[in-house]
Design a binder for this molecule. Structure first.
Ligand code: HEM
Length: 210
């Protein structure tokens, strides 16, 4: 869980930083997207790096879901008889929403690829002009798209908060002081990542980016 989670988190950091380049203007942003396709040339063919990344991400997501399933089944096997009385409060809100949060994120990624990678669901839908695609996507009259992105990114924030905390525990954090520090790191990371993603659609919605 932890190792595949870390790989996905590294992608999320890189993707967020890349998205923030939208504030440098259309030419610079589209140039960056073009550069991503040429990355590794002449050793790699056109878009070679992107395809390596796609295969790596897909493997990480599938292994992440597989590990979650194995852990859930193991937990159930350890307690075959269900508790007659279950305590109402079990862990943080983030911890209790991992499964549904994961499903929302997965559905979002499928929509997102059809929107901004293939362009199928985007009003412009030109893979060579990602800046125009993003501006068209989050236009004020398409506020529901921004609303859906916001829902998914907030779900991602909750998922990351608990995920980062759990990963730190899996990787050796044990003391109560360490737990406190891990909670703070996980919360700060989730907030920064959410803000970094959300700032793009809201900048378009408010006309800051046009
Ligand atoms: C408002 C936030 C976001 C914006 C503006 C955004 C923008 C984009 C754009 C423009 C692309 C196409 C890049 C290209 O083809 O050059 C892309 C691809 C992608 N994004 Fe996002 N993204 C956002 C949030 C997310 C989130 C939260 C995730 C994951 C949970 C994500 C995962 C992906 C993936 C997996 C791809 C496909 C990369 C590929 O082509 O293989 N994105 N995004």
């Amino acid at each position: 869980m932890a190792v595949t989670g870390i790989l996905l988190v590294l992608f999320l950091i890189a993707h967020m930083l890349g998205n923030l380049k939208i504030f440098t203007g259309a030419t610079s942003f589209d140039h960056y997207a073009h550069w991503l396709r040429e990355l590794g040339a002449p050793l790699l063919p056109n878009a070679g790096f992107l395809w390596i990344q796609r295969v790596g991400l897909l493997a990480a997501v599938l292994l992440h879901i597989w590990a979650a399933t194995v852990l859930a089944l193991r937990a159930r096997a350890a307690r075959p008889v269900r508790y007659a009385h279950r305590k109402k409060v079990r862990g943080s809100y983030a911890a209790r929403t991992m499964r549904w949060g994961g499903v929302i994120i997965l559905l979002f990624v499928i929509y997102h690829i059809l929107d901004l990678t293939t362009g199928t669901l985007n009003p412009v839908g030109d893979p060579a002009r990602p800046y125009a695609n993003i501006v068209a996507d989050f236009a004020p009259e398409r506020w529901y798209v921004t609303a859906f992105y916001t829902l998914a990114i907030v779900a991602l924030g909750f998922h990351l908060r608990h995920g980062v905390f759990s990963a730190l525990r899996s990787l050796g954090q044990q003391t109560p002081r360490g737990e406190q520090r891990a909670r703070a790191v996980a919360l700060a990371f989730a907030v920064v990542l959410c803000a970094g993603y959300l700032v793009v659609p809201f900048a378009v919605l408010t006309g800051l980016v046009s």
